[in-house]
Ligand binder design. Structure first.
Ligand SMILES: Nc1ncnc2c1ncn2[C@@H]1O[C@H](COP(=O)(O)OP(=O)(O)OP(=O)(O)O)[C@@H](O)[C@H]1O
Ligand SMILES: Nc1nc2c(ncn2[C@@H]2O[C@H](COP(=O)(O)O)[C@@H](O)[C@H]2O)c(=O)[nH]1
Length: 217
């Protein structure tokens, strides 16, 4: 059987706060052992139930600034008044092992990853809510942020949504199961893109040509 190894994909998910990135990420990670999650560093305080090294690496502002200054982040940005960034080493390790890595980042992070040396191995997906009323209702129903924080995030959502047009794919997360299956379909197709396994395909086609030359056709 043909064994065409490929490079790991960088899967970038962005959306306004509350549109469903975390929920979709969780489902994808549970269903697909070849996808790892890029655990971000942040200066935001933990929410109830959030664990160090599982949901985020929680950092003091000074330590975060050091990591950014010393190039330890693949990307970093200020979002909703806190700093967030994706540590570089786990991403490089995953990609070299041929594992895909999933990023839950804002548009600034998505843009920086696209412009990085690994950008040609990335696919970016923007998640839209079915309506602004539904977005507000989801943030309230999540029950993890104060009314003030929710109000601030809702105000910022218009700006985040304005970047939808720079993503490779755009999904509307109305029905969760439908959106999850669309996300999985994108990943399945992206894994098969010629650019993502070019070296292995070259070798494979050389093998086919060698068969021609041996007169096996
Ligand atoms: N299709 C959907 N229908 C109804 N509720 C949904 C749907 N998708 C997600 N939710 C709910 O909406 C809330 C917000 O989702 P989630 O936390 O995944 O958003 P997020 O985009 O990761 O937000 P943030 O950027 O703030 O981390 C959660 O309570 C989640 O269960
Ligand atoms: N640029 C980056 N953005 C990130 C990163 N990790 C998370 N985020 C984005 O921040 C907001 C808020 O997240 P929350 O957990 O406080 O609700 C959301 O849009 C995330 O996508 C990161 O490493 N870099």
């Amino acid at each position: 059987m043909a064994n065409i190894t490929r490079n790991g994909l960088l899967i970038i998910l962005s959306s306004p706060s509350g549109a469903g990135k975390t929920t979709l990420s969780r489902r994808l990670l549970e269903a697909d052992p070849n996808v790892a999650f890029s655990i971000s560093a942040t200066t935001r305080p933990p929410r109830p139930g959030e664990e160090e090294g599982v949901h985020y690496y929680f950092k003091e502002p000074q330590e975060f600034a050091r990591m950014a200054a010393e190039g330890e982040m693949l990307e970093h940005a200020e979002v909703f008044g806190h700093h967030y960034g994706s540590p570089r080493l786990p991403v490089e390790a995953a990609v070299n092992e041929g594992r895909d890595i999933l990023f839950d980042v804002d548009w600034q992070g998505g843009q920086q990853i696209k412009n990085s040396a690994l950008g040609n191995q990335s696919v970016s997906i923007f998640i839209l809510p079915p309506s602004i009323a539904a977005l507000a209702a989801r943030l309230k129903a999540r029950g993890q942020d104060t009314a003030e924080v929710i109000g601030f995030r809702m105000k910022k959502s218009r700006d985040e949504i304005s970047h939808w047009d720079s993503y490779d794919y755009v999904l509307v997360n109305e029905d969760l199961a439908t959106c999850e299956s669309e996300l999985k379909a994108i990943i399945r197709a992206e894994r098969l893109r010629r650019e993502h396994s070019k070296a292995a395909l070259n070798t494979f086609v050389q093998g086919l040509n060698a068969e021609f030359e041996r007169g096996l056709a």
